[in-house]
Ligand binder design. Structure first.
Ligand code: NAP
Length: 336
């Protein structure tokens, strides 16, 4: 099958799960401002209403559905809402997710299973429901995984396992739709550590607060990758070279990486900052939403990812690098 033909953003309707916070919220705002119709999805109806009203006041085409992605029937409701309110959709972003902070023998099996219900089954239900619709209409399914879907870290075992599963499922779905000739682009996006309320939302079994380890990137970069994938077929996009380094190291030196994570994994993820109490623990029901960033005040948040840029625009990157290499070669010849 040739590459699916995807529409420009302003002609699209995009369904975004987990749109009440962090990456989903930044993506929704950017998509709406670019002229896309956006259907916001999460469990927190009050937050969604506020966000929709804010965007509608700016003239954006935005609506919302309160839904729990761990429930299969809620996905059918999301599709119906997209059809009723926008006449259908062109891109579907499976972004909603939850996490726990604690050792595997401390996290209850019920909580472990719940992380799977949301992060893995939510993506499965969403992808299959979206594919039914997009097989006829054409479009993009974008699944938000993580660099932790390639390399597990301490204290986040259940979350890492779900992201490994999301990677496997997304690869399987891509191959099967491609073989069938369906005009659907399937992109797996793997963010590194991102400055969002995610750690504050986690169910925390530790005595300390929890944070994501550095280097930490802006959620705007992930939103850019998502909206790029809505318009341009790409297999995988990794946001931030920091996470890529960790996965490469894990692949090349697995035992050394185990030892390193054992040595620094607690230190890098534990914090004395408690975060906003009203945000704590959204595993089974929503907590405070409506913010893009964490309250933990990370000292450095990277606003650029040349590595992401290179994946989105490989030809331009190769041309720039070749130009630089030729320039350097010419300069060193002139000096001799
Ligand atoms: N932040 C990072 O460092 C990082 C790194 C790699 C990957 N990611 C991935 O990026 C994506 C977005 O995370 P984020 O950092 O933006 O986290 P976030 O700020 O905590 O946002 C999570 C969103 O998911 C929604 N959600 C949670 N459970 C849900 C459910 N059962 N049904 C529907 N919606 C649900 C939440 O809203 P409600 O509570 O209102 O439902 C919220 O809108 C996730 O897939 C995450 O795994 C994040």
């Amino acid at each position: 099958m040739s590459s699916p033909d995807l529409k420009p953003l302003h002609q699209q309707v995009i369904v975004i799960t987990g749109a009440s916070s962090g990456i989903g919220l930044v993506t929704a705002r950017m998509a709406a401002r670019a002229g896309a119709g956006v259907l916001l999805v999460s469990r927190n109806e009050d937050a969604l209403r506020r966000i929709a009203e804010e965007l509608q006041a700016d003239g954006a085409r935005v609506d919302y559905v309160a839904a729990d992605v761990s429930r299969r029937e809620d996905h059918e409701r999301i599709v119906r809402a997209a059809i009723d309110r926008f006449g259908g959709f062109d891109s579907w972003v499976n972004n909603a997710s939850v996490g726990t902070a604690g050792e595997l023998d401390k996290v209850t099996l019920e909580d472990h299973r719940r992380v799977f219900e949301v992060n893995y089954w939510g993506v499965v239900y969403g992808s299959l429901e979206a594919a039914k619709h997009l097989r006829r209409r054409g479009g993009a399914i974008i699944n938000i995984g993580s660099v932790l879907g390639e390399r597990t870290v301490v204290l986040q075992g259940p979350y890492c396992a779900t992201k490994h599963a999301v990677r496997a499922f997304t690869t399987g779905l891509r191959m099967e739709l491609e073989r069938e000739g369906a005009p659907v682009s399937i992109t797996h996006i793997k963010p590194s550590s991102i400055d969002t309320p995610f750690p504050e939302h986690a169910r925390n079994y530790l005595r300390t607060g929890i944070q994501v380890p550095p280097p930490i990137y802006s959620p705007t970069l992930v939103a850019k990758a998502i909206l790029f994938a809505c318009q341009t077929p790409r297999r995988v996009l990794t946001v931030g070279f920091g996470g890529k380094m960790a996965t490469l190291m894990g692949r090349l030196f697995p035992r050394f990486t185990d030892r390193l994570m054992e040595a620094v994994g607690y230190w890098a993820q534990e914090t004395q900052k408690p975060g906003v109490p009203a945000r704590r623990d959204n595993l089974y029901s929503p907590r405070e939403d409506g913010t893009e960033r964490s309250s933990l005040g990370y000292p450095v948040v990277l606003k650029n990812s040349p590595y992401l840029q290179a994946q989105m625009y490989p030809v331009a990157t190769a041309a720039i690098l070749s130009g630089l290499a030729l320039g350097l070669a010419a300069a060193s010849r002139a000096r001799r």
